[in-house]
Design a protein around this ligand. Structure first.
Ligand SMILES: Nc1ncnc2c1ncn2[C@@H]1O[C@H](COP(=O)(O)OP(=O)(O)OP(=O)(O)O)[C@@H](O)[C@H]1O
Ligand SMILES: [Mg+2]
Length: 288
């Protein structure tokens, strides 16, 4: 199903998408992280979407909030979308995926960002949730929205930042109480900048680290597979290259881009990338 057009005037929402969508399957299948991590995320989201409304908020305080934390380029944003798509497949019913723009609440005018956040979480999202669909809301780069109030005291306009964070916390609580069909997935590559009370509300905080040798090898093989046939991929050379990538602390995004860098190293490969070899990619890494 295609992305639903966001009607003009829905402040703070980047996109509304109905899932599953075949084009989104890669976001789950081709992000390589520990299988247990994926399992836990999927189990959590299914439980939260299906059963949160039935349990007592005192007996089992579940907020409907999962946080993916980790360095840049480790797949957090992509996996959040993949998770929603996969959850829709498992549930056997469509899910509404709502992407929030954390940067759309400027604080030039005192109180404006606080009001914007409150409108979004206390009116716009509950309105969307009333459509009745299981709904996953992506709070990407949440450190921009739930700014740590400790760190913010050093900023020039701390009062407004504090109030915006207060509005996020109140808004998350409001959605938790009134919209059992909504689950938030937040991402951050700077968890120290996220307010502690926001993190404390999370039902699950998953840390995604830099990929190890096994994961890098899978990522390299998968990326090369976009361009060359499997018989061109030398296994031993690929494993050695994966170790070199880990030694240089490359993130997963950088590993994929290394293949691109190898292609760009020669006119011949740029025009006929099916001739690429693992040796070319190793050469690209050495030239960095
Ligand atoms: N674990 C992974 N396995 C395979 N590919 C990955 C992985 N992580 C990232 N990638 C590749 O890098 C791209 C960018 O990843 P993504 O934007 O999801 O990372 P991120 O963790 O959200 O980064 P940032 O913190 O900078 O926002 C993905 O679309 C994918 O091509
Ligand atoms: Mg991201």
């Amino acid at each position: 199903m295609p992305a639903v057009q966001v009607p003009p005037g829905i402040e703070g929402i980047v996109s509304l998408t109905e899932l599953p969508d075949p084009a989104w399957q890669d976001r789950w299948d081709r992000i390589f992280v520990a299988a247990e991590l994926k399992d836990r995320l999927l189990n959590y989201v299914l439980f939260s979407l299906k059963h949160r409304g039935r349990v007592s908020g005192v007996g089992l305080p579940i907020h409907g909030l999962v946080v993916l934390a980790g360095p840049p380029g480790t797949g957090k944003t992509t996996l959040a979308g993949g998770l929603a798509d996969q959850a829709a497949r498992q549930l056997g019913e469509p899910i509404l995926f709502v992407e929030i723009d954390p940067h759309s609440f400027p604080s030039q005018m005192l109180g404006e960002s606080q009001r914007g956040v409150a409108r979004l979480l206390e009116r716009t999202l509950p309105d969307l949730a009333r459509r009745g669909r299981p709904t996953i809301v992506l709070l990407d780069e949440v450190e921009a929205l739930a700014v740590s109030r400790t760190g913010a005291s050093l900023e020039t306009n701390p009062v407004d930042v504090h109030r915006a964070t207060d509005a996020v916390l109140a808004g998350i609580d409001h959605v938790a109480r009134t919209c059992p069909n909504v689950t938030f997935v937040a991402t951050t590559n700077h968890s120290a900048g996220v307010d502690v009370a926001f993190l404390s509300r999370a039902d699950l905080i998953e840390h995604i680290g830099l990929p190890g040798p096994e994961a890098v090898a899978r990522i390299l093989r998968d990326t090369l597979g976009e361009l060359v046939t499997a018989d061109r991929i030398d296994d031993a050379a690929l494993r050695a290259l994966a170790t070199d990538c880990v030694d240089r602390a490359l993130d997963a995004r950088q590993v994929r881009k290394l293949v691109l860098r190898a292609v760009c190293a020669s006119r011949e490969l740029a025009l006929a990338p099916d001739r690429l070899s693992v040796a070319d990619v190793s050469a690209a890494l050495r030239s960095e």
